[in-house]
Design a protein around this ligand. Structure first.
Ligand SMILES: Cc1cc2nc3c(=O)[nH]c(=O)nc-3n(C[C@H](O)[C@H](O)[C@H](O)COP(=O)(O)OP(=O)(O)OC[C@H]3O[C@@H](n4cnc5c(N)ncnc54)[C@H](O)[C@@H]3O)c2cc1C
Length: 447
């Protein structure tokens, strides 16, 4: 989504500019071929309250977008109202107390930049333009989330508009079940969050990046090494592998071993990423870069200039897995062999979560994570390019314990995204707070 400087308006299907306004809400340049009946571009919280009451009085369903980065374009449905919150983007920081209050339309990069001025930190999304609204609601795998926790765990309260148009506050002590649901319900949340109250963290004093690149022929060895060493990697390193047809430095099909690291000193960071230099495959690497100091801002922007390009038709799909990597190697080889041109890429992430988390809707994660991002800029080379992400994830379903809502693709491939007991509890809350089904449910229903 491109942030508009213009004042928000209400547009109906027949109004000039309607299509552009609807499609303009989406980072994904794919046309979902769904259209709401109207779009309400809210300027203030009062506009949201009025819009929800209008939907209630006229029997319309509501889709919501903040930053518009849902890969599946979950907010664009057929019929009803699309509520665009991108203009609700304020940031108010209380540095003395260590808290912030933000609008859902605030972007990850904007919040990070504002906090940097106070030497404070929040585990924002990895790409600059991701909206905080959808990111926080789905859980939020942010920078340093292996250390600071899921971003939603640092949400201490929300202000939200319920299906009947009431504006309520929810915290651990006031309407706690609403905060429970807002920590992980993601694209199936049953209200409109108009303000998030955040607990802030101390800012890591060193941010850097370590990288090593292998030709794709080494895929099996590199994956086996990464999977074995993963549990021992410091949580300050976001250890990941990316399959890319234009891998950095070799401009050919390769595997990028990437180690962004956020610590309090250069020395600590060097020690944390040393396992890459010392790896048994280092002699086979085409390229090993030294640890390069960077700003978080630079890393967030770099991701969107290299891997996550705008103006691209994206399809993402994902799976969490606990299985050892060896039985998956033939499937991973097939993913690489059929991988469309860049910016399409596959991401394997070393996660190894803590044994327990607080009680919240977010409740599904595993040892490692695999996501496929099919990104087409021109015509597809073959029809299989269009469904690369979904087809491979479907083929590997036996190894999956579920998906991330961050990279959901539920309409094309329904899959588990929450622990069954948490989903059941969420359903009870949905019926209590949205008995008429005013807010769109998940696009594909789940087991
Ligand atoms: C380039 C890119 C990079 C990404 N990087 C990361 C990452 O590092 N970590 C990560 O965890 N995820 C990441 N994601 C996934 C992203 O966090 C989710 O798609 C998230 O939903 C985006 O939030 P948004 O506000 O931009 O999206 P939107 O499309 O606006 O929102 C997604 C859905 O959330 C719901 N929603 C949004 N705002 C509200 C609200 N205020 N009230 C109620 N419901 C609401 C709606 O159902 C909506 O359809 C990335 C996505 C992209 C495209």
């Amino acid at each position: 989504m491109k942030r508009s400087g213009t004042r928000g308006r209400v547009l109906a299907r027949d109004d000039a500019g309607f299509d552009a306004a609807v499609l303009g809400t989406s980072f994904n340049a794919r046309d979902p071929r769904r259209r709401p009946d109207m779009i309400v571009q809210a300027n203030h919280v009062a506009d949201v309250v009025a819009a929800v009451k209008r939907a209630r009085d006229t029997g319309m369903k509501i889709g919501i977008c903040s930053g518009g980065h849902s890969w599946a374009q979950n907010h664009i449905r057929d019929g009803g109202m699309l509520l665009d919150l991108s203009r609700l983007n304020h940031i108010a920081i209380d540095a003395a107390v260590g808290t912030a209050s933000i609008g859902p339309g605030c972007l990850a990069g904007e919040l990070n930049a504002a906090l940097a001025r106070h030497k404070l930190f929040f585990p924002v999304a990895h790409a600059y333009t991701v909206g905080m609204g959808g990111f926080l609601l789905q859980g939020g795998f942010g920078w340093n989330s292996r250390l600071n926790g899921m971003a939603c765990e640092s949400v201490i309260a929300i202000d939200m508009v319920l299906a009947d148009g009431t504006l309520v506050h929810a915290s651990e002590t006031e309407n706690p079940e609403l905060l429970w649901a807002a920590r992980g319900a993601g694209p199936g949340f049953f209200g409109v969050v108009v303000r998030f109250h955040l607990k802030l963290h101390a800012r890591p004093r060193f941010v850097g990046m370590k990288m090593q690149v292998f030709r794709i022929r080494h895929l099996e060895e590199v994956m086996a090494w990464a999977d074995a060493i993963g549990p021992d990697v410091s949580p300050s390193v976001e250890f990941q592998l990316v399959f890319n047809r234009r891998a950095t430095g070799i401009f050919a099909h390769g595997i990028e071993v990437i180690g962004p690291v956020l610590t309090d000193s250069w020395r600590e960071a060097r020690e944390a990423v040393a396992f890459i230099d010392r790896g048994p495959l280092r002699g086979k690497a085409s390229l090993t870069l030294p640890l390069v100091p960077m700003s978080l801002d630079m890393m967030m922007k770099a991701g969107e200039r290299t891997l996550f390009l705008p103006n691209t038709r994206w399809t993402a799909d994902s799976m969490w897995m606990n299985d050892a990597i060896t039985p998956l190697l033939p499937a991973l080889r097939s993913i690489a062999d059929t991988q469309p041109a860049a910016p399409s890429h596959a991401l394997w992430l070393n996660w190894n979560p803590p044994p327990t988390r607080r009680d919240m809707a977010f409740s599904l994660e595993a040892r490692s994570y695999l996501a496929l991002y099919g990104g087409l800029r021109g015509a597809a080379r073959t029809p299989a390019d269009e469904s690369w992400a979904t087809d491979h994830m479907r083929a590997m379903e036996a190894h999956s314990v579920g998906i991330q809502l961050a990279d959901e693709n539920l309409a094309r491939r329904p899959a588990r995204f929450m622990a069954p007991a948490n989903l059941a509890r969420l359903d009870v809350l949905r019926i209590r707070y949205d008995p008429e089904g005013r807010f769109n449910p998940y696009m594909g229903r789940v087991v």
